[in-house]
Design a protein around this ligand. Structure first.
Ligand SMILES: Nc1ncnc2c1ncn2[C@@H]1O[C@H](COP(=O)(O)OP(=O)(O)OP(=O)(O)O)[C@@H](O)[C@H]1O
Ligand SMILES: [Mg+2]
Length: 302
């Protein structure tokens, strides 16, 4: 069993390496946004809503689920039976190998295209969801003795870096809870980060840590999202805890507590149809516009 796990980990790392070798770092037209924060603060909900809003504005969106629990497809509205058929990235490797008879690190790398766009990568490794939202999932992990997700993360991150974003292509990456996975590899090539918190001490502490990290890693625009706000004093509480880190954020967004989410979750799409005029949806639209503004601004070099 242990040796099987080891062999699988080696294979995944070799695949990540192969993809890396086929990656050329050219200046790209689109932009990349990473969404991070403590467990349960609303990262997946926000990522799913933003994916739909970008898609509705004619962007080609790639929503990336870095959480091994694979919640993002459900949130985007992929039906449950279809979600269960989604092939996660690591399993996809076996499929590619089977099809080509190649061993990772050897033959199949030749099938990789130089300079792929979102659709090339989605055709090979991902799925299409409702509203034309493209989805890439890391999927369940090969449990190592240490519980470390490194090979799977390395593979997903290499696939994400491999893409060269064309004009109007956007990557939104939903991450696992916490800061430990918010490392250099994720930050590479990301132009913006959304750090999500609710008005609880522990969640704000994670954001406080992450904003320093994001800045150190060189992400140009880091935005603060205060989610589940019920009253003005919630905002003040978050500001007080953030203290001198508050000026590190480029923008701040407030999302109100929304009762209706419970009824429709895990699928967020009813919010955009049945509750389109709510202040909740208005706040997510504001975030979408700001991301678009910052993403486009950076590309025209204003
Ligand atoms: N503004 C809000 N008002 C009310 N409920 C909300 C709000 N935002 C998110 N929720 C709810 O909170 C729960 C957790 O949200 P979500 O799964 O998006 O968090 P997460 O940060 O992705 O969690 P995890 O770290 O476990 O992946 C969900 O049931 C969601 O519907
Ligand atoms: Mg989540």
């Amino acid at each position: 069993m242990i040796s099987e796990v080891k062999a699988q980990r080696t294979k995944v790392l070799a695949a990540a390496d192969t993809i890396e070798k086929h990656t050329i770092n050219e200046r790209e037209q689109g932009f990349r946004v990473v969404i991070t924060g403590k467990g349960g603060v609303g990262k997946t909900t926000i990522t799913a809503l933003l994916s739909h809003l970008f898609s509705q504005k004619q962007f080609t969106i790639l929503a990336v689920d870095e959480d091994p629990q694979m919640n993002l497809p459900y949130a985007i509205g992929v039906p449950r039976d279809e979600s269960e058929r989604i092939v996660p990235l690591t399993h996809n490797l076996d499929y590619v190998e089977e099809k080509t008879g190649a061993r990772p690190g050897e033959g199949w790398g030749l099938m990789l295209k130089l300079n792929p766009d979102v659709s090339d990568v989605v055709n090979r490794f991902g799925v299409k969801g409702p509203d034309g939202v493209n989805i890439l999932v890391m999927g369940t992990v090969i449990q190592a003795a240490t519980g470390c997700l490194c090979p799977e993360n390395a593979l997903l991150e290499s696939v994400v870096r491999y893409i060269n974003l064309r004009e109007n292509e956007v990557i939104l990456m939903d991450t696992q809870a916490g800061v430990e996975h918010f490392g250099r590899a994720i930050a590479q090539g990301f132009d913006q980060a959304l750090l999500v918190t609710d008005p609880t001490f522990n969640a704000v502490q994670v954001v406080k840590h992450s904003v320093r990290l994001a800045k150190e890693l060189g992400i140009p625009s880091v935005h603060l999202i205060i989610n589940r706000v019920r009253k003005e004093s919630d905002i003040k509480k978050v500001h007080d805890i953030l203290g001198d880190t508050l000026p590190l954020f480029s923008e701040q967004f407030i999302i109100p507590y929304e009762e209706e989410l419970i009824a429709c979750e895990p699928d967020v799409t009813p919010m955009l149809s049945e509750h389109a005029s709510s202040s909740f949806v208005a706040s997510i639209k504001e975030i979408q516009s700001a991301l678009e503004y910052y993403g486009t601004k950076q590309n025209v070099g204003i």
